[in-house]
Design a protein around this ligand. Structure first.
Ligand code: GDP
Length: 407
């Protein structure tokens, strides 16, 4: 089953836990006896049942009563996809989570409450900005708590109108943003279309996610081959391990390894130890080439021979800065570290509005557009084309200082 990561964004109390809790219930992931027991306990305490509490009991079971990580993930299956909802508390966790092998985390759900005093806040806007920077292309805005505004279309429309402009400023294309009115608590429009909002002509949340996940997968699967190489896995230096992040590979395919530019063709492919003729997007593979490649491949990229990434020493990038000074800079790209010769700030971007201004001031939690000159050339691509080759981490004096994406 394909696992699709969904980044969940939204301010505290807007209903993230309730949404996940009820999704788990609706997709039969919760033991009915346990559910009954939880409902009964709430009743005895004279409190209303909170579906979000299910998550806490799940976690306690898994982690023996200790909640170790602040980031929560929950798997929700639907048809042939298991959606993994990732709920991240702060921007550092969000960055860490999205950078750490969260490949194909290209869909986000933003929960905004329709309740009078619960509009969108700066922190949420910043998260949205980071998510966009890190490769989120498709955004589903779930306007929650519709039951508290009598399921009124006007209420939904007003929020939609207010947010559409701002989301566009953040760099999302209109066609990649979907709005759905929901009540996470009452389960409206989560898995099935709600009869409480007949005016809504779109699909329920899970269908929107499914449709977008399929679309993104097809697009990437049909693109040219890109494999992030981790190194050789045998003593003779012929079989290399890597992950296919774009396209597919077949025996005999002509490929090139970057940054070296070495070209050959694929002679053997192994997936989970078995000899295969082809491997598809998202697969961890071991590959041997017809000709011997004599240097280390760690951090290199294997690409389609005719359509390869470009080697660049100077890159224009959008950088989210977490520290106000950027001395002794290094970048980490595809798991290797490279020194930077210089960084020139071109524009300053307000991460709560997406607005670009002239100026070269550096401020933590803001973003800049900059030209970075590296010590040597790297096989970059625009993040629109291949997220994994279009983003990097920035370090200053050995400490994490920000993230960048190549435009
Ligand atoms: P989180 O902090 O984003 O995880 O928010 P929670 O899921 O904990 O929700 C905060 C409060 O809002 C809880 O008391 C929920 O029961 C309530 N809530 C969440 N979704 C809805 C909804 O659709 N309708 C109503 N009436 N209350 C909701």
């Amino acid at each position: 089953m394909m696992v699709k990561k969904i980044t969940l964004l939204g301010h505290k109390d807007h209903g993230k836990s309730t949404l996940i809790g009820n999704m788990l219930i609706l997709t039969n992931r919760v033991n009915p006896a346990k559910l009954k027991e939880a409902e009964r306990t709430s009743e005895q305490l004279g409190k209303r049942f909170e579906p979000g509490f299910i998550l806490d009991s799940f976690h306690e079971e898994r982690e023996g009563g200790l909640t170790i990580d602040t980031t929560r993930t929950e798997k929700i299956p639907h048809k042939d996809i298991a959606f993994e909802f990732i709920d991240v508390p702060g921007h550092e966790e969000l960055i860490k989570n999205m950078m750490s092998g969260a490949s194909q985390a290209d869909i986000a759900v933003l929960i905004v409450s329709a309740k009078a005093d619960e509009g969108i806040r700066d922190q949420t806007k910043r998260h949205l900005f980071i998510a966009k920077m890190l490769g989120i292309r498709k955004l589903v805005v779930a306007v929650n708590k519709m039951d508290l505004v009598a399921y009124k279309e006007e209420k939904f429309d007003a929020i939609k109108k207010h947010m559409a402009k701002f989301i566009e400023n953040m760099g999302f294309t209109r066609g990649n943003v979907y709005f759905v009115p929901i009540s996470a608590y009452m389960k409206d429009n989560l898995v099935k279309k709600s009869s409480n909002m007949k005016w809504y002509s779109g699909r329920p949340l899970i269908d929107l996610l499914y449709m977008n996940a399929k679309e993104e997968y097809t697009k990437k699967a049909n693109a040219e081959l890109r494999v992030l190489l981790q190194g050789f896995i045998d003593h003779t230096g012929t079989v290399m391990a890597g992950k296919i992040v774009s396209g597919k590979m077949r025996l005999g395919d002509k490929v090139r390894i970057w940054p070296s530019g070495f070209g050959s063709s694929i002679s053997r492919i192994f997936v989970k130890g078995a000899n295969v003729k082809a491997a598809k997007l998202g697969t961890n593979v071991a590959v041997a080439l017809r000709d011997k490649f004599n240097s280390d491949v760690r951090g290199s990229v294997m690409a389609d021979d005719e359509n390869s990434p470009k080697l660049r020493k100077v890159v224009k990038a959008l950088i989210f800065v977490t520290r106000p000074t950027l001395a002794n800079m290094k970048i980490k790209f595809n798991n290797i570290e490279i020194g930077c010769n210089s960084l020139k700030v071109l524009k300053h971007i307000d991460t709560t509005t997406g607005e670009r201004k002239e100026g070269n001031r550096l401020k933590a939690l803001d973003a800049i557009e900059a030209d970075i000159e590296l010590e040597r050339k790297l096989p970059f691509e625009s993040y629109e084309r291949t997220e994994e080759l279009g983003r990097f981490l920035l370090y200053s004096r050995g400490e994490f200082a920000g993230i960048g994406i190549v435009e």
